[in-house]
Each structure stands twice: as C-alpha cells, then as structure tokens.
Design a protein around this ligand. Structure first.
Ligand SMILES: [Zn+2]
Length: 436
C-alpha cells in the first residue's frame, strides 16, 4: 500500500511489541509491524512512545499574555486604573469578595483586567492566541477548547481574535471556541445578547460561570440562561462551577441536575469545581453521583488550582467520570506562568491528585488524550486505523518516563503532516572523574 508516512518501531501504551504506523491522506491507514513501503517519509521511532495528540479541554486563551501588546513595559506589575468602569461592577465584586483586604487583593486587579480588555483589538488577541497555540503545537497539543470572554468590556474582540487565530491555523489543530461570560450575567446584562451574537457568528460552545452571581437564585438563573442559549443553538455547554473554597457555593449540583432534566447527557462539561472539596463527604458523594448520572465531563487544571482549591479529582475518576485536563490560564491575572504543555499538567495532577502509581499514571495519560477528546466530542480520535493522523512521538519509552523527564516531543504530526516538535540540549563539562 502507498503511504505518505510510516513511523517505524512505535511503542504504543500497554503493548508488549513495537509496531509500525502507516499514514495516508491524513488518516491512519495501518498499524502493524513490518509495513512495506516506498514512502518518501519514514520516521524512525524505534522503542519510543507514540500517543494520539494531546487535547486541552479548557483554556482561557483570549487572555494569554494578556497585557503584552497594549502595555509592553512591565505589564504584570503596571498600575492601571480604567477611566470608565461602572460602580455596579465594583460593588458586585466587592460584596462577592467579602472584606476589604480581599477586595484590594482581587478586585483591584480585576478592575485592571477590565481596562486591558477594553484595549484589546481582534488583531492583538489573534497574535497572542497564535503564540499560545504555537507553544501547544510544539508540545503535542492537537486540539483545544478556547474560552474567550464575551462581555461589555471585551465585547466581541476576544471572540473575533479567536476566529482569526483559527483561520490562521487552518487544519493544523482542531479548535473550538467557547463564548464565556467572565463578568457574570446579572452583573453584566449586555452579555447574553453578545453571547448570542458570538454563537450566530461561529462560536461552538456556550460557556457559563454561575457561581459569581450574588445569590443562589441568581446563580441558578445564570445557569438557566446558558441552557436556553445551548438549546437555541443546539450547542454543547461548558461551565466553570464553584471556583471558590466555600461549601455554600453549590452550582455544580444544579448544573448536573439540569443536565439530566434537559437530557443533554454527555454534552455538558464543567471546570474548576473546587467547592466540591469543601463539602461534607456524604454531600460530595451525592454530587459526584449526579455528575456521573448526567454523564458530565469534568476538566481540571491542577497547576492553576493549586493556588486556590483543587476539586476531588481522584474520587471522580474512581466513580467513572470522564476527567480531562487543560491549561486554564497562561500569563494573566489569574496565573503568571504556563507553557501550554500537557506533560507539565500531567506532573502537576499526578502529585496534587495522587496519581503516582502505575494505574494512576495511565489514568493521567487518559486525561491528556482520550478523555479530553471525549469532552470536546472529537470524532476519529486515536491510533486505530481510520483515525485522523494526529499523533506525537515522545523521546521516552512509557508514560512514567514521559512525566518524569518531561520528554521531548520529537515529532508532532497533525492531519498526517509533521509540523512541530521540541528538542532540548543538555550540557555537561564532563570533569575527569565522571569519565569511564
Ligand atoms: Zn478556568
């Protein structure tokens, strides 16, 4: 058979034998040892781990490198007061944050964030998104659910920037856009109409952030509006629920129940969910069972939530819930670091979620790959014949070594094309006593 590319000697997860992978017309055409080909492109992977490309199931990518293009000098530290931020928003977040010290720690940066968002243009958003996606592609990310703020500050600029970035990336990555109400719906009443406009213009997913509203009733109303939008556009939903260390924050269970009531099984995801860790165990088990029965997808981002509160990842995995991972934030007000690197997420969740032993390490690799693909609803994902040829050759033999050494991604292949990779140099002076 004529292949466009053959990968020789691939080590697949859990397989006792090496195999070849034949690729033709952007698809996996054969998985078997000793493939015969006169293909021009042969990749020698002998003994190296080959996995399907990584999936980022939750990334506020519109805010990556958030002030770089508008406030070049020391933008992480720069003092900046917006000229026209309504008192309504100050009051809203002041009451939500509690005391004055927390207000100054959290709301003043938020006010600054609103000023950044007002200064965005679709072009500078697209440039920043492309830089973040380029990091991801070189690290083996082949699909990403991109969250963009849609509100009275950003209006549609983040969304339009994401559309432009998706156009620039062409078929290199599978990119979904989630229209996300970062500033709330009751707090920011223009947002619902803007979210509708984004859905009309090509957004794929309806976002939601119910726990930021003032009262439990308003939180539930927020979720209801999101479900109504999803119904109108026949779109999946992705909420951020209860990203606070308070047992009083209980929007996740409402979203799960609403998912069951509206029969949107498998089409609703939720990220963060930190408050679940603060519930008494009997109530947490009830909520986890609801999530499972609703077939919700849970996305976690341990590296960012280590700075706040991490949800009950291990218990959800043990209850058979589909848990994936994502970058969440990269160089913005919420998180100053981030490299859009799935092996960094894996290292973090392996520690924070207690997945350090053989079965747990395999579960972490599922979170990076198949679980994320299921969350995004990707079809033709994997290493079976007929799947889209999106895969990564890692410079290691197995998942544990990949996480331990943050292995180089020697070849990143998307849609059957070799498009990126990483190769670090190590250098040692080799003093005489180290030589044999
Ligand atoms: Zn998030």
């Amino acid at each position: 058979m004529a292949y466009d590319m053959v990968i020789r000697g691939a080590q697949l997860r859990g397989s006792p034998h090496l195999t070849d992978i034949g690729i033709a017309e952007g698809r996996i055409a054969a998985v078997a040892p000793g493939l015969v080909t006169d293909s021009a492109q042969v990749i020698d992977a002998t003994g190296r781990l080959v996995v399907p490309g990584f999936v980022d199931s939750h990334f506020h990518i519109g805010k990556s490198f958030y002030g770089r293009d508008t406030h070049r000098y020391d933008y992480q530290q720069a003092a900046c007061e917006p000229t026209d931020v309504g008192e309504r928003y100050r009051r809203h977040f002041r009451s939500a944050m509690g005391d004055l010290e927390v207000y100054h720690e959290n709301v003043v940066p938020l006010v600054r964030q609103w000023a950044w968002k007002e200064a965005y243009t679709p072009e500078n958003v697209a440039d920043r998104i492309c830089d973040a996606l380029s990091l991801g592609l070189a690290n083996g990310v082949v699909a990403c659910r991109m969250f963009v703020d849609v509100d009275s500050f950003a209006r549609l600029t983040e969304f339009e920037g994401a559309l432009e970035a998706r156009r620039r990336f062409g078929g290199l990555m599978q990119l979904q856009i989630c229209a996300f109400p970062q500033e709330g719906l009751d707090a920011d009443p223009q947002t619902v109409a803007l979210m509708g406009q984004a859905m009309e213009a090509g957004a794929d997913v309806v976002g939601g952030l119910p726990h930021v509203e003032w009262t439990d009733d308003l939180c539930r109303r927020h979720a209801d509006v999101c479900f109504e939008l999803a119904e109108r556009y026949d779109a999946p939903l992705h909420f951020l629920c209860d990203d606070v260390a308070s047992p009083m924050s209980r929007t996740l269970e409402y979203v799960a129940a609403k998912t069951i009531q509206t029969r949107r099984y498998g089409r609703v995801a939720s990220s963060h969910n930190g408050a679940l860790s603060t519930y008494p165990d009997p109530h947490a088990v009830k909520v986890i069972n609801l999530i499972r029965d609703a077939e919700m997808n849970i996305s976690c981002n341990s590296q960012v939530n280590l700075l706040g509160i991490l949800t009950r990842v291990h218990e959800m995995v043990d209850h058979g819930i589909n848990v994936s991972v994502g970058q969440d934030d990269l160089d913005n007000f919420y998180y100053p670091f981030g490299r859009e690197d799935p092996l960094e997420w894996a290292w973090s969740i392996a520690h924070a979620g207690h997945f350090a032993y053989p079965r747990g390490i395999e579960q972490v690799f599922d979170m990076l790959t198949v679980n994320g693909a299921r969350t995004l609803g990707l079809t033709g994902y994997g290493l079976d014949v007929g799947c889209r040829a999106d895969l990564v050759v890692l410079d290691c033999a197995h998942p544990r070594e990949a996480i331990q050494f943050q292995a180089d991604r020697l070849h990143v292949i998307t849609n059957g094309q070799r498009v990126a990779g990483t190769k670090r140099e190590r250098w040692l002076a080799e003093p005489a006593h180290l030589r044999s």
